[in-house]
Design a binder for this molecule. Structure first.
Ligand SMILES: [Zn+2]
Ligand SMILES: [Zn+2]
Ligand SMILES: [Zn+2]
Length: 348
């Protein structure tokens, strides 16, 4: 592939309506940072001290069933509560605004085996998780006071995940949180202005460019977005225009399980480590709106930069000015394209 000019520039993120600064010339400077080591994956299938393993007691006192598939429960330490008061006290100044925030936070165990990860689960096992996510979106989103269902997985100590047991979270809220609210505005604007879906147009542009697409199956594309902030940030986009999990047909649910397995395997193989990340789905709000503008997708935000332990920090200019990256999204995509889809640590 032809080498792109390596000069500083900024790129527009139309989904977030924000910029990211790219400084590829800096990848030539000598590295003086930390040198990492490979991380050994967890090897125990059952941990008597894990609060998510089957049959164990959680800190709140509840005992997990001896589940053999998925297991879901209301978070014992929820960030939001369903019965929060509906009105907040009047504040002394309009500069001190607060609003009530109601919600319901759940935990979803992906598998009873403590040592597994999405990458090392089979495609049918991940499909079971896709079905559970879909059910949760329907049930929680179906409550008239829930306006958004945020499904996510926080993986690895580097991302603050306290427990390696394969699990994710579902925070459903009585309001649309900032990130999906910004994406709702951007997608609505694009639809009103062009008559097209923003992500359908974006995916078509990426398919034409063929520079940042890591791989595709029949139903989903995995790519490093043009505007990626994190070194190996990835966007998973459905190839058909649809707004939320319940609109996926059977084949598309299998396709989602497939794309998640293959992407997380490539991530793990990149530095031969269980790759840390925050991954989550963005989909139609469950408020009263119809949301024809919404296009279902998942974001992977991994912190690692150049080894199993060397991470990117969002500090300095990035906190005060704007996000910045050195390695280009095209180079990151090439690195991920070169990764095998056979896991470096096979499951026996
Ligand atoms: Zn466990
Ligand atoms: Zn679309
Ligand atoms: Zn999004």
């Amino acid at each position: 592939m032809e080498k792109k000019p390596q000069f500083p520039h900024r790129r527009w993120n139309p989904l977030r309506q924000s910029w990211v600064m790219v400084s590829p010339h800096r990848t030539q400077r000598p590295w003086q940072g930390e040198v990492g080591q490979k991380t050994a994956p967890s090897a125990v299938a059952y941990d008597p001290k894990c609060y998510l393993c089957p049959g164990n007691q959680r800190a709140g006192g509840s005992v997990n069933p001896t589940y053999d598939g998925i297991f879901t429960f209301v978070n014992d330490y929820s960030a939001l509560l369903p019965d929060s008061p509906l009105v907040t006290e009047a504040q002394a100044s309009p500069m001190l605004v607060a609003q009530p925030a109601r919600g319901l936070c759940k935990v979803l165990c992906f598998h009873p085996d403590h040592s597994l990860t999405l990458a090392r689960m089979t495609q049918p096992e991940i499909r079971r998780v896709v079905d559970a996510w879909t059910r949760e979106y329907q049930e929680l989103g179906g409550l008239d006071w829930i306006d958004y269902v945020q499904i996510f997985e926080n993986r690895g100590a580097m991302m603050g995940a306290s427990n390696p047991h394969p699990h994710g979270q579902i925070w459903s809220t009585g309001f649309v949180p900032d990130e999906p609210a910004a994406e709702t505005l951007a997608q609505s604007d694009h639809l009103a202005r062009t008559g097209h879906c923003l992500l359908c147009d974006y995916l078509a542009a990426e398919q034409a460019a063929q520079e940042r697409i890591i791989f595709q199956n029949e139903h989903f594309a995995a790519l490093v977005p043009w505007w990626a902030v994190w070194p190996f940030e990835v966007l998973i986009v459905s190839r058909r225009h649809l707004g939320a999990l319940p609109e996926l047909n059977e084949a598309e649910r299998d396709g989602l399980a497939d794309v998640l397995k293959r992407m997380t395997t490539r991530f793990d193989n990149l530095f031969e480590t269980p790759f840390p990340y925050t991954m989550g789905f963005h989909q139609s709000p469950t408020d009263a709106g119809a949301h024809p503008e919404w296009h279902f997708h998942a974001h992977f935000y991994p912190p690692l930069l150049r080894s199993a332990t060397v991470r990117k920090f969002m500090v300095g200019f990035e906190m005060l000015g704007m996000p910045q990256r050195d390695i280009t999204p095209e180079d990151a995509a090439q690195r991920l394209i070169a990764c095998s889809e056979e896991h470096f640590w096979p499951r026996t």
